[in-house]
Write a new protein. Structure first.
Length: 610
């Protein structure tokens, strides 16, 4: 697995294409040889046309056969079911034996000047060919059949599984419709539609291969990331074993959500984006293939919903040889096709904005020296850009230009600026945070009296999880206009101060050496900068010392402080150094005579004796 790469898959794909091209290339070459001479007859040209059409259908069949060959691209690289591929190859053998001669006959006869009513041989071979295609579709694409059933079971919730019966009905009805049309007298129409059908099959086959290549690439990326993370964990484990103390101390670990995308999320987002792109490509190319054949598809451009008027100008020559600028109003219709295309643009923009982080993470961001905060800022700005571009493209398709709405936008901006100024201020502050990055995902910050870790930076507010695991949503404006402490912005190293007061009369040199020894022995205390012990003051009740140490980040602040307090108390007890506490001497000066001391117990005994 560590040596597998996408280059191997590309090499196998090239080999598959090369093997599939052998016999079709021979047919194309034979057709070129027959029709290339200047004195070639109509019969020779008809045979050449038949060879070219037969080469196209043979290329389709050979591509499927080489794709499904044992240990080939589909089985080893795309992980398709091996038993299903065996059955597919068996059906391709008899289908090839039927389609090659029949396509050669009716394609050659269609090129000759033969009356449609008399072309019985061509009609017969055409019907035979598409009956064979119908039988192939029924045996191969049957949802409950042995070929598709294992694939559908692997993805029970996919759209292909939900629409399996509809897809099978459409795939089966297309060749049957061509057979019926040829039998009832629409033979040449069936020929034309059959060519479009083969082109559509080629398109769907190519898109399927592209989708499987994308899945294969994602699988390799996930495997590579998994291997790298496993090696990192192993190295970290070895390092912890080497640096582990003799008596390990267990500390409570607070789990903070991480914005880093895991492998499953990246794959899901990227595959969703690939599916949408391939669906759009399929719809576009199918439209191109069938639009001229089926005029009904162009009816959407004939339905005008509304019109817009634009002022335009053109330069026309005058009689004296000069030029003149004529201005006039141009009427532009907005059709049903424009509205549908605008909806498609918005759909693509929404899907792209939602799933772009996974694709960027795999293709670009993980190869750059960026932390997770930088990656999050880039993906957020890309989302905003995609959304803005999608909105402008939609408005352009609907006939809304900037010149026609600029005054309305200006008025709305002024109105919203007064009515929703806080929301706009938070929005602009969010952009400032993403550009300047005073805070990032994972930073530990203090805003006012709130401290915690930054988990999300959104367009209006930022989410912080405090030490009590409460999620606090703070408007972005507070981070730009207020006072913010970022404990891990540029240098995560933090100083910990531990004040210690010892009783008067204690050995100060011994106390200082004990504090130094405790600091050096405590886990997570840095040696550079080195710990310091300072004798600060003669207090009211104690001699005040202060131990100052440095920790790698704020994550160790409370842990180290806790460990230092316990160690100092234990070491001072063993050394006989008393940790001072407040003491007061009370002198009573308002009573002149001495107060008698009464022993209540003795007084009670005297009373009992009496």
């Amino acid at each position: 697995p560590s040596k597998d790469s996408m280059g191997r898959t590309v090499g196998v794909l090239c080999a598959t294409v090369g093997l599939a091209l052998r016999w079709p290339a021979a047919l194309w070459f034979a057709g070129w040889v027959i029709s290339s001479p200047y004195e070639a007859t109509d019969f020779s040209k008809a045979i050449a046309n038949g060879l070219n059409k037969t080469a196209l259908i043979l290329l389709t069949l050979q591509s499927l056969r080489q794709l499904a060959r044992p240990n080939g691209l589909a089985e080893k690289h795309f992980q398709w079911n091996a038993r299903s591929l065996v059955l597919l190859r068996r059906h391709l053998v008899w289908l090839t034996a039927v389609l090659v001669p029949t396509f050669l006959v009716f394609s050659a006869l269609a090129e000759m000047t033969i009356d449609a009513g008399d072309d019985s041989l061509g009609r017969l071979t055409f019907v035979l060919a598409f009956c064979a295609i119908t039988l192939f579709v029924q045996r191969v694409l049957r949802p409950a059949g042995p070929i598709l059933r294992p694939m559908l079971r692997r993805k029970p919730g996919s759209w292909l599984h939900r629409l399996r019966h509809i897809c099978f009905f459409v795939a089966l009805s297309l060749p049957i419709s061509l057979v019926i049309a040829a039998v009832v007298g629409y033979y040449y129409t069936s020929l034309h539609l059959g060519t479009r059908l083969i082109e559509s099959v080629w398109l769907l086959l190519g898109l399927t291969v592209l989708r499987e290549l994308a899945k294969r690439w994602l699988t390799l990326q996930t495997r590579r990331r998994g291997i790298a993370e496993s090696r990192e964990r192993a190295a970290l484990k070895e390092q912890q074993k080497e640096t582990a103390p003799a008596t390990p101390v267990k500390h409570e670990v607070v789990a903070i959500p991480d914005e880093k995308l895991d492998a499953s999320t990246i794959n899901k987002q990227t595959l969703q984006l690939v599916r949408v792109v391939l669906a759009v490509v399929a719809i576009g190319f199918l439209w191109v293939i069938w639009a001229e054949t089926l005029p009904a598809l162009g009816v959407f451009r004939e339905v005008t919903l509304w019109t817009i008027t634009e002022a335009t100008s053109e330069t026309v020559p005058t009689a004296d040889g000069g030029s003149q600028i004529n201005e006039y109003a141009k009427t532009i219709p907005v059709t049903l096709a424009d509205v549908g295309l605008a909806g498609l643009v918005i759909l693509i923009a929404v899907v792209a904005a939602k799933n772009i982080p996974g694709l960027l993470e795999v293709t670009v961001l993980e190869k750059l020296p960026l932390d997770r905060g930088g990656r999050f800022a880039i993906t957020t700005m890309v989302r905003y850009a995609i959304g803005v571009i999608g909105i402008f493209m939609m408005l352009s398709l609907l006939g809304v230009s900037w010149s026609s709405v600029q005054w309305l936008v200006a008025a709305m901006t002024v109105g919203l600026g007064f009515g929703l100024q806080e929301i706009f201020a938070n929005f602009v502050s969010g952009l400032i945070i993403l550009f300047e990055r005073p805070i990032r995902i994972g930073d530990t910050v203090t805003v006012g009296d709130i401290s915690g870790d930054v988990t999300q930076i959104r367009i209006r507010a930022t989410t912080i999880i405090d030490w009590d695991r409460k999620e606090l949503v703070i408007p972005n404006k507070e981070f730009v206009t207020g006072q913010v402490i970022n404990w891990s912005l540029t240098d995560p190293v933090l100083r910990v101060k531990v004040p210690v007061g010892i009783a008067y009369g204690s050995d100060t040199d011994l106390a200082e050496s004990i504090l130094h020894r405790v600091a050096r022995a405590t886990e997570h205390v840095l040696s550079d900068p080195e710990p310091k012990v300072l004798f600060l003051a003669f207090g009211e009740s104690s001699l005040t010392f202060e131990l100052r140490v440095f920790v790698p980040s704020i994550d160790y602040f409370l842990k180290v402080k806790h460990a230092l307090h316990k160690a100092i108390d234990s070491e001072f007890r063993q050394a006989g150094i008393e940790i001072a506490f407040p003491q007061r001497d009370i002198h009573v000066r308002s009573i002149r005579d001495a107060l008698p001391v009464i022993d209540q117990k003795a007084d009670v005994l005297r009373q009992e004796d009496a």
